[in-house]
Design a protein around this ligand. Sequence first.
Ligand code: SF4
Ligand code: SF4
Length: 79
Amino acid sequence: MPAKVSIQWLKDKCPKPQECGKCLEVCPSTVFVRYALQRERYKEPQNYVIVPSFANFCTLCNKCTDICPNNAIKVELKA
Ligand code: SF4
Ligand code: SF4
C-alpha cells in the first residue's frame, strides 16, 4: 500500500531542471515528470518544471531530497 505523501518542488531553488534532473534519475518509483513550458514548434524549450505527478507511488525513501543539490524538493508524510 503506497504511503500518503505531500511532495513539493520549489521552482525558485531549481531554475533549470533540464540541466540537472538528478531527482528524476534517482527516484525508484518514477514519481517526477519534467514538462517543458511555452512549447513552440521547431524551438528548443527554455523553461521546464518538475511535477510530482505520481506522488501516490512515493515510498518516502528520500533519495530525491538527499541527492538534490539545492534542497528544492520537500517530501512529507501527510497528516
Ligand atoms: S522520496 Fe523516494 S520514492 Fe518518494 S519521490 Fe523521493 S525518491 Fe521518489
Ligand atoms: S535534483 Fe533538485 S536541482 Fe536537480 S532537477 Fe531535481 S529538484 Fe532540480
